[in-house]
Design a protein around this ligand. Structure first.
Ligand code: F6R
Length: 344
């Protein structure tokens, strides 16, 4: 990687999330996007650190929008994708095979398309197929480019007439993160110390937090190199509650991190209190984290930033370098026909 990000650690990058979002908004407003049309749905195709932006937009738009946003993390596309679908291909590297394959399917279905990428094969496809691209700067791990990818997607959807403007919510989120990041880093350090050596079980009490749970899990997986379980209330109460703390060796080894938002139904908060009581002894400890901010977007990003910081702090406690993801690289190499084996 030869870029302005070269000297930055994962902690620097997480702390720089608000600046990244502010920069991305300016860039995305300048990108040429083609004409606006009335679409029956939007499909965002991507994987991992690129797909999460689609998931965040989906949960944000679900609260206010009539147009359904579907996130496709697969090689092909479901039947609801037609020539009335707006297809957004997101791949930070531009080289992820599932995303490239889904893009070929979208072309066959006659979708209007937009790509968000640094280039790679997706960038070359865009040139060949005359597809508009919102470009993002290269040199980052895809998951560390969340600010660029997610903001670009929100702005592109707004400019294509899919949703209302998130401009003031983005401004609020940026200001909030700048003001609160040092305090959140201290909070994250305390959470990470409790998670160290235990299984994180991240619970959400509002549907708005669906993508936040996804982000906490994948950041703990990729930055801290640990397993993480997630679950959403109240569905949890209809199945998982029975299995909690079983097998027994898990009971003293699982730490619940419950994420709350002001949109959390009060019944879900009550349900969680009952769960923690009924299953007492089936988990080590429960930590509660409340979102901050006014707009849904700012609240979602407050919890995302805290989770990202927890993952970096936990990596430090575990003596793990949060940046590389050797197993992902090795899998991609094998799938591309490469031979080299990794022992990690
Ligand atoms: C690596 C990461 C991965 C990638 C995924 C897809 O930091 O987060 O989850 O995002 O392997 O690759 P891209 O984003 O390049 O399409």
């Amino acid at each position: 990687m030869t870029s302005r990000y070269q000297e930055m650690t994962m902690l620097d990058l997480v702390l720089g999330l608000p600046e990244q979002m502010a920069e991305a908004e300016v860039n995305a407003r300048r990108a040429g996007l083609g004409r606006r049309r009335r679409y029956s749905n939007v499909v965002v195709a991507g994987m991992g650190g690129s797909a999460i932006s689609g998931h965040i937009c989906r949960t944000l738009l679900a609260e206010t929008n009539q147009v359904h946003v579907l996130v496709c993390r697969r090689y092909d596309l479901p039947a609801l994708v037609t020539d009335k679908t707006l297809f957004v291909g997101i791949s930070y590297s531009g080289n992820t095979e599932e995303t490239l394959s889904a893009t070929r399917h979208a072309r066959k279905r006659g979708c209007d398309m937009v790509f968000i990428t640094t280039g790679g094969r997706l960038g070359r496809m865009a040139k060949r197929m005359a597809v508009p691209v919102v470009g993002v700067p290269a040199g980052l791990q895809p998951r560390a480019a969340l600010g660029h990818l997610c903001t670009s997607l929100l702005v592109a959807l707004e400019r294509l007439g899919i949703c209302k403007s998130f401009k003031s919510a983005l401004n609020e989120a940026v200001t909030l993160m700048v003001d609160r990041r040092e305090a959140w880093l201290r909070q994250a350090g305390a959470i990470a110390r409790k998670l160290d050596g235990n299984l994180p079980m991240v619970y959400g009490t509002s549907p708005l937090l669906e993508a936040v749970l996804d982000r906490w899990r994948s950041q703990l997986n990729e930055n801290s190199e640990v397993m993480c379980h997630t679950s959403m209330l109240s569905e949890h109460n209809h199945n998982e509650v029975v299995g909690m703390g079983r097998p027994g060796w898990l009971a003293r080894r699982s730490v619940i991190v419950a994420l709350h938002d002001r949109s959390s139904p009060k019944q879900n908060r009550t349900r969680l209190a009952h769960v923690l009581d009924i299953t007492r002894g089936g988990y080590r400890e429960a930590i509660h984290v409340e979102s901050e901010g006014r707009s849904a977007l700012a609240r979602v990003f407050s919890l995302i930033m805290i989770g990202d910081l927890v993952s970096v702090e936990l990596a430090a406690l575990r003596g793990v370098d949060a940046m590389p993801v050797e197993r992902i690289v090795e899998l991609k190499r094998r799938m591309a026909g490469g031979k080299k084996r990794s022992r990690r």
